[in-house]
Design a protein. Structure first.
Length: 576
């Protein structure tokens, strides 16, 4: 890369490095060992969510060094920094999960503030845990400087007595232990082998779902999101990303040139095609919001409806992310979707080429059965279904991947809980009848606050052998590892007086994933009478980050966002 193509007078870093009045600023850069040449080159932020909280993030520090090498090779000056990440697997099932979705906003905000404060010209972001992926992509679109996203990679599958396992098996084993079908010794052995390496949870849970999105939406290099964390090829992807971000800077290709409505539709397509996490329908609208594009839960669900389910991935299928990478990676998945008319091929990507151009040389691998041809799917419609009805006027989501077609309807009496803890206690002691619809409410974005995932509860139900005998609905979320007839994202949420707040024990709830409806069998007149007596519940948080979040967060339908987005923007950072 010829460094002379960069005109510093048109880059944000000129506010820090150029002119006599910036001599004090440059002195700080000299203090860190930069040369005169490096100071006057473009400054590239290299941000990771490295921490020692979980295996998802532990390898990101190493990967950041490879990115920096690529930036320097291409004539840029890399400036590394870190942001937070909350790991859902560790936060799951207790108060810590209230911090998870909030962390997405903190990640986006902290990356924005660091970039703004130091006037960096481009960005490479490396993320591992569930919320750090959308948080990083949201920051890229908010700043709109040339950017590339890098996934830290998935974990390798564990092995329990010759059988491949993931952390999902461990959560479900807790339920099995509660009913005596697994011993304490077996549980202890399983927990020591389920997670054998660095990397994010290995199946098509939220992290791998959003990693798949990063390639489909055009912000990640082809194949980069599929390689497991321990694979040495990850460093090559990272170094290439560092080089390519300088190419994007030279060509003035920005994230909002890449993430268009068509690109967002591509993102929704791969979520449905892989039987991915319902969280995709929360994060894609939030990403769209940063671009000023109206793409809410119903828009995502419309794409889900027309998309075939073709990837046989856990938790509903047989394989993990490592298997798909070795079968041909995310490009193999996208190529068959493109060939059969489910993907927009004319979308620009961070390679500087279109999606169709990126996929032109990808050939079908007939020796694998991880991904089916799009014209011979597992199911003709996607693995996630949007629902609407008098119980969820703002919509709800159910993951149907892995559920038999004759079990996509459910009707039963409500059993209501006003927190996840209350429900988990009842489930653990088996105080719920077969045939009921378990309702967990006041767990939405505002009411939680933080819209907790319910994996501990849903996995316990499944582990008890009750996954096909009850349904569960909530205004909270589900982990990508959740399976069974579980409906989340019910909106409006209970905290703002949504219909889910008015449900009483014994009310009949009818769910039909075929007709895409969710109905409370209570008359409008009775609901109106109940509403007169409903009062908002006081929050448990009177200060701190969760308090602030609860005051400003919007509904799940639009991504649970906390600011007006690009639609309210008066000046884009990239143009300062």
């Amino acid at each position: 890369m010829d460094v002379r193509v960069f005109d510093k007078q048109k880059l944000p870093s000129r506010h820090v490095t150029e002119g006599a009045e910036r001599a004090p600023h440059r002195s700080y850069l000299y203090a860190m060992g930069l040369t005169r040449e490096e100071i006057h080159q473009p400054l590239v932020g290299v941000v990771s969510c490295w921490n020692e909280a979980a295996p998802c993030n532990i390898s990101l520090l190493r990967q950041a060094q490879a990115v920096k090498k690529g930036v320097a090779t291409a004539g840029g000056t890399p400036r590394e920094f870190c942001t937070i990440a909350v790991t859902d697997g560790i936060a799951m099932g207790h108060q810590g999960m209230k911090s998870s979705l909030v962390s997405r906003e903190v990640i986006a905000d902290s990356v924005e503030l660091t970039m703004r404060g130091h006037c960096y010209d481009a960005l490479v972001g490396i993320a591992g845990c569930d919320k750090s992926l959308p948080g990083m992509m949201m920051a890229m679109l908010r700043l709109n400087v040339p950017s590339i996203f890098i996934y830290g990679g998935s974990i390798l599958p564990g092995s329990f007595r010759g059988r491949p396992v993931t952390v999902q098996d461990l959560f479900e084993a807790v339920g099995r232990y509660s009913v005596g079908t697994i011993s304490a010794e077996d549980l202890d052995e399983l927990e020591t082998v389920a997670c054998p390496s660095a990397g994010s949870c290995g199946a098509q849970f939220t992290a791998n779902t959003m990693a798949t999105v990063s390639e489909a939406i055009g912000l990640a290099l082809p194949y980069s999101a599929g390689a497991p964390a321990p694979y040495e090829i990850r460093d090559r992807f990272c170094e290439t990303a560092g080089e390519m971000v300088m190419e994007l800077l030279a060509r003035k290709i920005r994230p909002r040139d890449i993430v268009t409505r068509k690109a967002l539709e591509n993102a929704a397509v791969v979520v449905a095609a892989t039987g991915g996490s319902t969280n995709g329908a929360l994060h894609i609208p939030a990403i769209a919001h940063e671009c000023g594009i109206d793409f809410d839960l119903f828009a995502v669900a419309k794409v889900f409806e027309r998309t075939p389910y073709i990837a046989d991935l856990k938790p509903s299928g047989r394989y993990v992310a490592k298997d798909m990478f070795e079968a041909g990676g995310i490009p193999l998945l996208m190529k068959t979707l493109l060939e059969h008319g489910f993907l927009h091929g004319d979308c620009l990507t961070v390679t500087g080429r279109t999606m169709a151009e990126n996929l032109a040389s990808v050939k079908w691998n007939p020796a694998q059965d991880v991904v089916r041809p799009a014209n011979k799917p597992i199911n003709s419609s996607g693995g996630i279904v949007g629902l609407k009805g008098n119980l969820a006027p703002d919509g709800a989501l159910v993951k149907v991947a892995g559920i038999d077609q004759d079990k996509l309807t459910f009707e039963g009496p409500a059993l209501c809980f006003d927190s996840e803890e209350a429900c988990f206690e009842a489930v653990s002691s088996r105080r719920y009848p077969s045939g009921c619809v378990i309702v967990i409410r006041y767990e939405g974005p505002r009411g939680g606050p933080g819209m907790r995932e319910m994996l501990s509860t849903t996995a316990a139900i499944y582990g008890q052998g009750m996954g096909n005998k009850v349904a569960l609905i909530t205004d909270g979320r589900f982990s990508g590892a959740t399976r069974g007839f579980c409906i989340g994202h019910v909106g409006p949420e209970a905290a703002v007086g949504g219909p889910i707040a008015l449900v009483r024990d014994g009310d009949i709830i009818a769910i039909d994933a075929l007709k895409r409806t969710i109905e409370l069998r209570v008359s409008d007149a009775d609901l109106a009478e109940r509403r007169k007596n409903w009062k908002p519940r006081p929050t448990e948080f009177g200060s701190g980050a969760l308090y602030k979040y609860a005051q400003i967060v919007g509904p799940a339908r639009y991504g649970a966002v906390t600011h007006p987005g690009a639609a309210g923007e008066t000046q884009c950072y990239a143009d300062i």
